[in-house]
Design a protein around this ligand. Structure first.
Ligand SMILES: Nc1ncnc2c1ncn2[C@@H]1O[C@H](COP(=O)(O)OP(=O)(O)OP(=O)(O)O)[C@@H](O)[C@H]1O
Ligand SMILES: [Mg+2]
Length: 201
């Protein structure tokens, strides 16, 4: 039986990566094989593209094309083979992030993103997307104490407000796939919310 494809989304500092170990443990306790991966990246070539994407200034459409180039590789080498053998794939970001950052944040036309999505993904869509939602001020605060900022994390609050709104729009327009997690709570409360959602899959 084909595995399920779960993606984690939300702006920088929202708390996505924090929950990955618990999600893996929970799924494995149900007897599921889990492939945990991330975007941009997930393959050797994709990780090289990630270094460019997170560090180099570039035209927004170049950024979009490189994201989808890394994604093409990721789908071919990691995501599809895992799903086909029945493993579940947990990806820290996927195409919703391109809609949020490159389209919502940088202004690349959604039509172009849709074209690339159908080219690169055909019918592949996540079965479930957890959107970790926090106010922009909270994500900025969490990042400040977490690590040195990358190219995206150095952006303004206006940029992050666009990202958050674009993500919430994606969730509104894809209600069957999205679950919004209120990540602006104590970590244990967020964990409980995540656990409840994962147990419904
Ligand atoms: N509910 C929470 N309350 C307080 N701090 C939190 C909470 N969730 C996560 N954090 C902290 O916020 C910081 C950012 O979390 P995390 O790295 O998981 O975010 P992220 O969504 O993966 O960000 P990025 O997109 O930049 O990778 C970390 O230092 C983490 O410990
Ligand atoms: Mg992270």
């Amino acid at each position: 039986m084909r595995g399920k494809f779960i993606t984690l989304e939300g702006m920088d500092g929202a708390g996505k990566s924090t929950h990955i170990p618990d999600i893996i443990k929970l799924l494995e306790s149900k007897g599921v094989e889990v492939t945990s991966t991330r975007e941009p990246g997930g393959t050797a070539l994709g990780e090289q593209l990630r270094v460019l994407l997170l560090n180099e200034a570039m035209h927004p459409e170049t950024e979009t094309l490189l994201m989808f180039a890394a994604r093409r590789e990721h789908i071919a080498k990691v995501i599809e083979p895992a799903l086909a053998r029945g493993a579940w794939v947990l990806s820290d970001r996927f195409t919703d992030a391109t809609y949020a950052y490159q389209s919502g944040g940088r202004g690349v036309s959604a039509t172009k993103v849709i074209e690339l999505e159908s080219w690169v993904q055909a019918d592949l869509q996540p079965d479930l997307t957890l959107l970790f939602d926090v106010p922009v001020s909270v994500s900025v605060e969490r990042l400040a104490s977490a690590r040195a900022p990358d190219k995206f994390e150095r952006e303004s609050s206006e940029f992050f407000t666009k990202i958050r709104n674009a993500y919430l729009d994606r969730a509104k327009n894809n209600p069957n796939r999205f679950r919004i997690v209120n990540s602006n709570q104590a970590l244990d409360d967020v964990k409980l919310e995540v656990k409840k959602i994962i147990l419904t899959v």
